[in-house]
Structure formats: structure tokens, C-alpha cells
Ligand binder design. Structure first.
Ligand code: AMP
Ligand code: ZN
Ligand code: FE
Ligand code: FE
Length: 289
């Protein structure tokens, strides 16, 4: 039965490559996933689909299933909300325009943060560019790597806990659409939207029930509740809300290579849930390697 073979092995639907802030190229990431014994991997770089072609070719060689995806930056007030999107059409005009706008806003925001940090520490924009793959979606992890290279932090995580923390005084938000708009765009492009790590700050403050109900109505598919950064209490409440609004639950690692402690397949998604994602994802096709 081909279905059974396709989804044999663990399913990890949230990973990053050097196209955004992961430390491995898309091909290296796919090889690492194969070596870790994964059956299915989704590549979900921030606000970019630029890694899909390389990852697809690598998946064919490595013999694993690749679900092309993206982690769309969205925003509710000052809080950043991440939306995983699977199997949408990467050439859809709405998606192309909105992600270009977000990537540009991220770039300007990173330059402004570095200018502020540079007042107090020996850090320049050139240091950050040295840590960034050309055309990558720029984020705080690249600034963190520059801080490490300058000896101003020991690791990415230390930089995030210190200089890059929102309370340290250098943090700045960037433009991102409301999740409602992003969900509408993803569905219009034939994709399947899932809110990433929705319980990281006891996130009921960020997405109250009434808002979640509207997002579900707009086409939200699911919630990524099995993720190491979700807080147990908020997670329990969101499990109940997922049930109430007919949302599916996914689990994934949010692997960033050496850039984060998260390991491949430390959380996984049920094959039945992946089947539904593939049924509903009509903007692009999975790669069965
Ligand atoms: P940004 O979107 O630019 O604000 O940066 C957030 C990104 O940094 C997310 O993709 C996180 O996964 C990543 N990140 C957050 N905390 C850490 C950490 N402690 N170490 C490494 N990466 C992190
Ligand atoms: Zn990231
Ligand atoms: Fe995220
Ligand atoms: Fe992520």
C-alpha cells in the first residue's frame, strides 16, 4: 500500500534551513533528517520558499517525503504569531507580495536593532551580513551569531536571553500581517495553515478564544501543540479549544540545526493528520523520495 510506505517513519513538520535562520543548507537539512530516521520532513523557513527546490532534490536522493512549507510571520498587536503554511502555490501573487514585504521589513528592523546595539557594543551591520546567507530572511538569530563572533555572547541562546531579549531595550517589532489575513492568503493559494507554537507565553493572552474562533472560520487547519516551547497550562486549554473548533493538532521540532537545542523529531505529527494536510493542500505537491 503506497500510503503506508509514504508515511512510514516519524513526521516532523517544522524545520529551518539557511534560507532563513537555520544553520544548514536545505540539502544538508534533508540529509540530517534522513540520518535521524525521519520518514517525512517539512521545510518551513521564515517568510520564504527559496529552499524548496534544493530540498526537493535532496529528498528524492535521500528517499524521504518532503512537505514544502513556510513559517509566515504574523502579528497581533505587539505580539508575534507564527503561522505554518503547507503545500501552497509558491508563485501565488498574494503570498509573493506579502512575504516580500515582511522580508523587507525584517531587514530594516534588523539594521535598526543593530544600530541601537552598536551604540553600546562593538557590533556593526557588516558583522551581521557575514553571518547571513545572501537573500536569507534576516532575523535575530543572525544578530545573535554576529554577537557570538564578536565575543559578546557565548551562544545564540545566551544572546537571546540577554541583548536580544525584548526587555533589554534593543528589541524592535517588524511589520507583519494579522493572522486572519495570512490564513486567507494561504488558503487562497491552496495551502494549509497551522498556528506554530501557540502556547509559548500562556498565549491565551495573545489569541483569545473569540479570535481563535474567527481564525478557525477563516480556514485555520490546526494548532502546533506538541512543541517544546509551549507552556503546559496554555497547551491544555488549547487542546480543549482545538476540539471545540474542529482544529487538528500537530507536533514538530522547530529544528534550526546547531542554532537551537531543538532536535529533529523530538515532537512528531500523527500520519492521519498528515493525510488531511495532503488532502487539503492543493497548491503544490509533496515530494515522495
Ligand atoms: P525574530 O523572528 O527575528 O524575532 O527571531 C525569532 C527567531 O529566533 C525564531 O525563529 C526562533 O526560533 C529563534 N530563536 C528564539 N529563541 C532562540 C534561542 N534561544 N536560540 C536560538 N534561536 C532562537
Ligand atoms: Zn527561526
Ligand atoms: Fe516560530
Ligand atoms: Fe520556526
Amino acid at each position: 500500500m503506497p500510503g503506508a510506505r509514504r508515511f512510514s517513519g516519524p513526521i516532523d513538520l517544522h524545520t529551518h534551513s539557511s534560507v532563513s535562520d537555520g544553520t544548514e543548507t536545505p540539502a544538508q537539512l534533508v540529509r540530517a533528517a534522513a540520518a535521524a530516521g525521519l520518514g517525512t520532513l517539512a521545510l518551513t523557513d521564515h517568510d520564504s520558499t527559496a529552499g524548496w527546490a534544493e530540498a526537493s532534490a535532496a529528498a528524492r536522493t535521500a528517499g524521504l517525503t518532503l512537505i514544502p512549507g513556510m513559517e509566515f510571520s504574523t502579528r497581533v498587536g505587539f505580539a508575534s504569531v507564527h503561522l505554518l503554511a503547507y503545500l501552497f502555490d509558491p508563485s501565488n501573487a498574494g503570498i509573493v507580495a506579502e512575504t516580500a514585504r515582511v522580508r523587507q521589513a525584517r531587514l530594516v528592523r534588523a539594521e535598526q536593532m543593530v544600530a541601537r546595539i552598536g551604540v553600546d557594543y562593538a557590533l556593526t551591520w557588516a558583522d551581521v551580513l557575514e553571518q547571513t546567507t545572501p537573500d536569507a530572511t534576516v532575523g535575530r538569530p543572525h544578530i545573535a551569531d554576529a554577537l557570538v563572533a564578536r565575543g559578546l555572547a557565548l551562544t545564540r541562546s545566551e544572546a537571546f536571553a540577554g541583548i536580544l531579549h525584548w526587555e533589554a531595550g534593543y528589541y524592535q517589532p517588524h511589520y507583519a500581517p494579522d493572522p486572519l489575513r495570512a490564513i486567507t492568503l494561504v488558503r487562497a493559494a491552496g495551502g494549509v495553515p497551522v498556528i506554530a507554537h501557540p502556547a509559548t507565553r500562556g498565549a491565551m493572552d495573545v489569541i483569545p478564544e473569540a479570535k481563535l474562533a474567527r481564525l478557525a472560520e477563516a480556514g485555520l487547519f490546526g494548532l502546533e501543540l506538541e512543541h517544546r516551547e509551549n507552556k503546559p497550562e496554555a497547551k491544555a486549554r488549547l487542546y480543549a479549544l482545538a476540539e471545540k473548533y474542529g482544529l487538528f493538532v500537530t507536533g514538530s521540532s522547530d529544528y534550526h540545526g546547531e542554532g537551537k537545542p531543538n532536535r529533529l523529531a523530538e515532537n512528531t505529527t500523527a500520519p492521519e493528520v498528515l493525510e488531511r494536510i495532503i488532502e487539503q493542500g492543493i497548491g503544490s505537491a509533496p515530494v515522495y523520495g
